[in-house]
Ligand binder design. Sequence first.
Ligand code: NAD
Length: 509
Amino acid sequence: MSEQHVLSPPEQILSLPREDDCFNLIDGEWRRAADGRIVESRNPATGALIGAVPQSGAADVDEAVRAARAAFDGWRKTPAPKRAEILFRVGERLIQRKRELGELMAREMGKVLPESLGDVQEAIDMTFYAAAEGRRLFGYTTHAELPSKFSMCVRDPIGVVAAITPWNFPIAIPTWKLMPALVAGNTVVFKPSQDTPFCAVELVRLMHEAGLPAGVLNLVHGAGEETGAALAQHPGVDLVSFTGSHAVGRQIAIRGAEQMKRVSLELGGKNAIMVLADANLDLALEGIVWSAFGTSGQRCTAASRVIAQREIAEELTARLVVAARKLRLGDGLRPETHVGPVINAGQLRRIHDYVQIGKAEGATLLCGGEIATEGDLAKGHFYRPTVFGDARPQMRVCQEEIFGPVTVVIAVADLDEAIAVNNATPYGLSTSLYTQDVNAAYRAIRDVTTGLFYINAGTIGAEVHLPFGGTRGTGNGHREAGQAMLDIFTEWKTVNVDFSGKLQRAQME
Ligand code: NAD
């Protein structure tokens, strides 16, 4: 084991309060659930208990929303550069604690340590990027159509934001919501996934310690159907920023519409890597293995389809199977591990059920297709990297998000068919194309209908200064990150100043 991977005992990783169920942050105080219920967090590689957090009920959610509401006026009136100063301090603390946060994440979520550290790095990048908006948040001035009149528009915060997040990027995704929301002057109630509560506790702790006023950021833990639903439907919440599954996102949007709430959704994907006959196959293979099996396939941008031109489909598939079989499963904290566990027993079953569906539909199972139980793997939730061949575009395994280490190979005649197959799923998040033909690349840029597109790279690897999100069932038109993130967390106010000293009537003939 390299020095870099020597593990610290849990008590050195977590500098948590001594009470073991006191991890909701409401109005600047660490609290238990009002009714004292707790929910456990366990390491998906070993089953070891990490700790317990409150199972918050409607009363806890209500207190958190009230605290956020009460803090809103003071926070929105705090100059944006001053709000940003706190976020810069958060960024510095994230840098200082990157290693321990990465180790905590590898324990709690299961991804391999280099990926966990990458998740924390993304959070650092987003924190600094959003903090820099404190000195921008640009509106604009323009000409008025009437004389002696001045026109401009400014960005106002929206109010109380509910941030509901999944477990697969347990520090990065929350920062994609919290940082732009806060720098823009909103207050927040954050409900992280029940599978990764301690990553959220540590993130919120260091944000709290960096000097956020009480009530500006609140944290409530608990199961989605209870805590998440109570938060999303709370009448005191103005905006729900949700990342998670399509089914839950749709439900939140429907209920939100009834309340005329703003709802921003980042949902699933059925992403594809298209490989043309002229591609550099070594490069394509590396991109496929990384995009399909990195994070055990549990990325919204994971390549769960390979669309290969028929001339090279057989060779590419054979090489992919060899590469997939070589991937070592194990604890994400061990340096020899390539692929960590999946998040929980329910997800393991779901992946295995999809493999049965694929077989029943007539796809050929080429490798994997089983739960791994040898040695220490029996203690966790491990699934063997799985490749299906002979897949047809309309099969369920080619249409539905599996969210595990499973990919399918679909053979096509040419680029046009590849793009048609790529575009014909209920999702529209990420696509990539491997080719050496510049014309083919530009045709694909024009015709691919996903929100993210890569040439000669895999389907994963977001950068915080670029818009992130998808089309069709992947979302409802918003983009996180980049300048687009400000459109989620602010609304425009158009301001007109008439200094003519008389009534001027616009649009009068
Ligand atoms: P999930 O939908 O089960 O849960 C997401 C969050 O919603 C969790 O905090 C959960 O507790 C909460 N929740 C569950 N039911 C709820 C309800 N009825 N009301 C309110 N909140 C509720 O998703 P997950 O399993 O945590 O994450 C995996 C999914 O997230 C995948 O579909 C993946 O594609 C998607 N995802 C999308 C992106 C993106 O940016 N597009 C990024 C990461 C993950």
